[in-house]
Ligand binder design. Structure first.
Ligand SMILES: O=P(O)(O)OC[C@@H](O)[C@@H](O)c1c[nH]c2ccccc12
Length: 257
């Protein structure tokens, strides 16, 4: 079953006629002891949920900003286990949904069923696994369902139509529409075809559609969100936190609503 708290949190923003904003942060960047404060802060700034990255040594989809953040987190000893333990510790006090973004490898190392179970007991609402292809989902999907952890699927502009259709039908929580061809990272321009791509996706699924990759200012956020339901903002948020510029994060999120 999909995660109800996540579904509700996204619906709430839509009913308030706001864009759904999901900032991405790297777990352990700046130390795990500040994770709770960061999640609370992002909630105060109007985020619907937070995408929380698990640092990994070989992050194939990540651009330089997120790779650097991952290296900082790895250097201070952050692991999937320590992230789940940290989330568990303040689970009762947290209301903003958390979506873990992790590659498959750390999940394998952890153990697939234990991963799903411990996500649920740490209150993790959903997961994004960018290197899990549709055809291989069976190795984990039943466990995620069993523990009500939503599996958010990604589509790319280069995905063939039949594949897009399968993904849009299966996704839970929301559909992550990757809006550039390439890795993550702040950009100033998007392909002119992005808007039609997003509008088309919107018609093909009941789930909210969020655009991600390359959103680095509120103009771009508003422009893309106008064609779907909201945006994911990663590198820009990671960079501003790293520079201690939380006021700018607040501004960016408030202006992107
Ligand atoms: O950083 P950007 O360009 O704003 O894009 C969001 C992205 O970082 C975040 O969602 C993410 C980080 N790593 C990923 C790997 C795959 C898919 C998505 C991600």
């Amino acid at each position: 079953m999909s995660n109800q708290a996540l579904d509700l949190a996204l619906k709430e923003k839509q009913e308030a006629d706001e864009n759904i904003l999901i900032p991405y942060i790297m777990a352990g960047d700046g130390g795990l002891d500040i994770l709770e404060d960061r999640l609370n802060f992002l909630q105060e700034c109007g985020a619907a949920a937070v995408e929380l990255g698990i640092p990994f040594s070989d992050p194939v989809a990540d651009g330089p900003t997120i790779q650097d953040a991952g290296n900082r987190a790895l250097e201070n000893g952050t692991t999937l286990t320590s992230v789940l333990e940290t989330l568990q510790r303040f689970r009762e006090r947290r209301s903003i949904p958390v979506i873990l973004m992790t590659y498959l490898n750390p999940i394998y190392a952890y153990g697939v069923e234990n991963f799903a179970k411990d996500c649920a007991s740490a209150g993790v609402n959903g997961v994004i696994i960018p290197d899990l292809p549709l055809e291989e989902e069976t190795i984990i999907i039943d466990y995620l369902k069993k523990y009500s952890v939503s599996c958010i699927r990604l589509v790319a502009m280069t995905s063939p139509p039949e594949r897009i259709e399968k993904i849009t039908q299966r996704t839970e929580g929301f559909l992550y529409a990757v809006s550039v061809t390439g890795t993550t990272g702040a950009r100033t321009t998007h392909d002119s075809k992005v808007k039609t791509y997003l509008q088309k996706l919107k018609k093909s699924t009941e789930s909210p559609v969020l655009a991600g990759f390359g959103v680095s200012n509120s103009e771009k956020a508003l422009e893309l969100a106008a064609a779907c339901d909201g945006v994911v903002i990663g590198s820009k948020i990671v960079d501003l936190f790293n520079q201690g510029k939380s006021d700018e994060i607040r501004e960016l999120l408030l202006e992107s609503r």
